[in-house]
Design a binder for this molecule. Sequence first.
Ligand code: FE2
Length: 672
Amino acid sequence: MVVTYKVRVATGNYLCGGTMDSISITLVGSQGESGKFPLDKCGRDFSPGEVDDYKVESQQDVGPILLIRLHKERYGAFPQTSWNCSFVEVLAPEGQKYHFPCYQWIVGYQTLELREGAARTIGMDAGNPSLLQHRQKELEAKREAYRYKEYQPGWPMCLDADTVDHLHLNDRYSRIKENVFQVQMVTAEVELKMKGLLDCKNSWRKLDDIRMAFWFYRSPVTEYVIRHWQEDAFFGYQYLNGVNPIIIRKCVEIPAKFPVTQEMVAASLGKHTTLDKELKKGTIFLIDCWILEGVPATKLNGSLQCISAPLCLLHFTPLGEMIPIAIQLTQQSGPESPIFLPTDSEWDWALAKFWVRNSTFYIHEILVHLLSTHLVVEVFILATLRNLPMCHPIYKLLIPHFRYTLHINVLGRVNLFSLGGLIEQATGTGFHGVSHLLAKGLSTVTYTSLCLPDDLRERGVESLPNYYYRDDALKLWEAIESFVSAIVALYYKSDSSVKEDSEVQAWVAEILEKCFFGQESSGFPSHLETISELTKYLTMVIFTSSVRHASVNNGQFDFGAWMPNYPSSMRKPPPKSKGSVTFGDILDTLPDVSTTCSTLLILWLLSREPGDRRPLGCYPDEHFTEERAKEAIGAFQRRLVQISEEIKERNKGLPLPYHYLCPKEIENSTSI
Ligand code: FE2
């Protein structure tokens, strides 16, 4: 008896996403398999963005359909073309509809097996040896395709791919995104070259000349920075709501290595209080750049740069401003490392602040941005691909948050932070300094530091007013947590179902091993015992890939374009005494013209999202097919709209709106 199934196939709306190859399908059910049936109708099949309908005949009723096979084979004399398949739907004669999410490129001639869309943990497949075997086979192939390598000693492991050409199409930027990225890079470089700036190795003659370097792009924020960068209040503001809002911490006791006294800060604190009182009140904060001690500097344009490890004490005033009140430029106090104060000469104090800005530039870019988002997320991705099959609910939950990360990271390893890469023309650390600092900094990346509520508590900043980053990030953490919790509840009915999910346990263990070399001191778990532990872990993964990255990435050009606000290198060592610094010394210490322009170029590129964006909570690829999962997505999206409105409303009253965590501006993934 011939049984007819209706089959619908959707092709992804990507440039060159269609195929001329021959596509056939096999339906695999619990009672048997159909034959291999060609999907061929009148007219063109499988064009980008199109949906094609077919009738597929089988010699038997295959029963409930468990999976399908898509066979991609040569068609006549046509050359092979890759195919981006979105999904396949099968309608059985009795009316039962089956959905097979794909959302991937099928490259070359091959057969791809797709599981029916309902998400299933390994425990849910326990009674079906063929489905268990299917999971196993898929993971074996993925482990072969996604191998780890060591890029630099002490760095988290990364994908074994030397260029983006080695990436599978699934992991590459779309052609549109790649083209926009290239055009942006060339345009910015040409503009700087035209002015002869990239080749100029001199000091800036006056600060105002720096405006010439970024005439091609301005924003309300860059304009604001130019007007306010010298103000102490704006210096402090940036450690709450700038591009590096997670380095500041409450200071409850003045460290012995930074012997600030009451007399030193009396003028800053005012008559009615003392340093002791303010410490007790919890209004004193510290930025400690200890991790930069011993980091080797590089030569830029032939001259060896200087790196220091300053400390900066700040006071949160009754007016709600975060004001720097003392700066020491090294970790060793003493006569040769004076404590600089706002009451010192204008240029002494300005230079001390430049040192702090420069040091926190390195910590921000290398540890907070590159390491704690890009590289950590890369391990999350590889562990997911290697341990969770596509039908796993956690794979379906996380995969949209990993879009394009492998591409940008490989690109970074090739062009940016490599030996001879752009970073060697732009920052005082060069490649060797980055390599050293990143390996040293891995010990500072802890589970606590990546779990926002724990991090805020640990840094003592839970109730600090005017901390918009914290307010927005916390709302987003809670929104993600609530979404994750709803998804987890659909597939895990008890703590033991988490404990017994061997795929999830292997996934978590691999992240600890490949990212943190198994170090328990990282606080990263080696296994998950409960539903709430799983929920927190998944929230951390999504938050890090999306919100955390947006908060430290998207404002890079805004806050860095005006170089004096965020110098990427220092050409002279820190002063050992007070009273001798001139304006000329400052210009000779700050980056020269070409270094400034190289940095601008990088910040410009990394702050511009080159098209093809998917904002937080936007899931056009429907990996989840169950209604209840879709309802959870809908609730998440509605909450994000509310958060957007709340941020917009709050920003109306601010001289400098904080918009980096507006959900529409957050990418689902670390993609740039
Ligand atoms: Fe980034």
